[in-house]
Design a protein around this ligand. Structure first.
Ligand code: ADP
Ligand code: MG
Length: 398
């Protein structure tokens, strides 16, 4: 098969003058607990681009957001991330105290080739999320070229993802490129049959994806709380299960769409019920999908898990987003685990996107058993919905 390309300038082809300064936007938005990183996979995912630039003798300036601070906030400092980076690469890593300003400029000017300077959290600057032209220009003035490797932030038009690219030669990093090419491939030329597994909490979050895949996939398997919007739309009692009112109407439309589509839409055939959303809840296995009052559907049942597993095993390619149940609670994790195992065993190409799906896969120790585990939740979904990602659009054409 012809290798798909991004159509954008790649960091591989970016000309970096000897000792040139490169500003790379990375996604170091890692989970922190008491100032410690609990999962460094986003930092590790950025290493190929970082190492490539350092090997070329660049003076490398990195920037990222972390969390959602609304101004300077030491709790969201990038220092833990830059310290972790320093342990992972064989190059000196320095942490700036600010995002931009005279101190940062001096640091960037004095940075020796082969060294890394990490700017502070871009969201400490109010102009970041507003794509403020002044901030974009200030960021750009630190470097001779720009690389965006922050796929997880590519759906946001911010100063560090979009505005800055106007002022410099702007290339795609290796991670961003792989993410976009792989995810687009799922829509544009998947190995068939394409089996899509969608779960999670809300239909409203995923309706655009459901509609898109009813158009392009061969089978769409629904799990998670969102199946209850479908059941409610079919007039099936859902008890105390999580149902969004708005979701019921959307699910009804999706059911109509499915009737006219070549894609098979599969809903659960059995459930695991709980008396409440709690690991200590009373638990009951239900043969069908009717949920009595006083009970909530919190996982797909064994029969459903097996049926979904069979579909996944037959697939030419699989895309999975959203857990099948409340997998954070032990009694309701089996359905998600079964799907994760089926995806890990599947002979076809397997792509997983979504924060909680990725967390589930990691928790089951299966993260390295899929073809591609997306680092971008929202960005991956928007791309699959067919929307342009501003952070990709802003880069130079190839
Ligand atoms: P992702 O981050 O992978 O896109 P979502 O954020 O859409 O996934 O959904 C994950 C959340 O959905 C989890 O917190 C999980 O507890 C919840 N969830 C899944 N199934 C159920 C259910 N049956 N009842 C209540 N919550 C559920
Ligand atoms: Mg989530």
């Amino acid at each position: 098969m012809e290798r798909a390309t991004l159509g954008k300038l790649s960091v591989r082809d970016l000309e970096v003058p000897e000792g040139g300064r490169v500003l790379a936007r990375v996604d170091f938005n890692v989970p922190l607990e008491d100032g410690r990183i609990t999962d460094d996979s986003r930092i590790r995912a950025a290493l190929p681009t970082i190492e490539l630039l350092l090997e070329r003798g660049a003076r490398l300036i990195l920037c990222s957001h972390l969390g959602r601070p609304k101004g300077r906030d030491p709790e969201t400092s990038l220092r833990p991330a830059s310290e972790r980076l320093g342990e992972l690469i064989d190059a000196p890593v320095h942490q700036a105290d600010e995002v931009v300003g005279p101190e940062v400029r001096r640091g960037a000017d004095r940075l020796p080739p082969g060294n890394v300077l990490v700017l502070e959290n871009t969201r400490w600057e109010r102009g970041e999320t507003k794509n403020d032209p002044k901030l974009a220009k200030e960021l750009a003035s630190l470097a001779d070229a720009y690389v965006n490797d922050a796929f997880g932030a590519a759906h946001r038009a911010h100063a560090s993802t979009v505005g800055v690219a106007e002022h410099l030669p702007a290339a795609a990093g290796l991670l961003l490129e792989r993410e976009v090419v792989t995810l687009r491939g799922m829509i544009e030329r998947p190995e068939r049959p394409l089996v899509v597994v969608l779960g999670g909490a809300k239909v409203t979050d995923k309706i655009a994806l459901i509609e898109r895949f009813l158009d392009t996939a061969d089978a769409l398997l629904i799990g998670g709380a969102m199946c209850f919007s479908f059941f409610r739309a079919q007039g099936i009692p859902t008890g105390d299960s999580l149902v969004e009112d708005e979701g019921v109407e959307l699910a009804g439309k999706a059911l109509e769409l499915a009737e006219r589509s070549d894609c098979r839409l599969l809903l659960p055939e059995d459930l695991v019920l709980g008396s409440e959303f709690d690991a200590g809840a009373d638990v009951r296995e239900a043969d069908g999908v009717e949920v009595p009052d006083g009970w909530m559907g919190l996982d797909i049942g064994k029969g459903t898990a097996e049926a979904y597993g069979r579909e996944i095993a037959k697939a030419g390619s699989v895309f999975w987003n959203g857990p099948m149940g409340a997998f954070e609670l032990d009694p309701f994790a089996a359905g998600t685990r079964a799907v994760a195992e089926a995806v890990a065993e599947a002979p076809g190409a397997t792509v997983v996107g979504g924060g909680d799906s990725a967390a589930a896969l990691a928790e089951f120790g299966l993260a390295d058993r899929v073809t591609h585990l997306s680092t971008g939740g929202g960005a991956a979904l928007e791309l699959l919905e067919g929307r342009e990602l501003p952070g990709v659009e802003a880069l130079d054409d190839a």
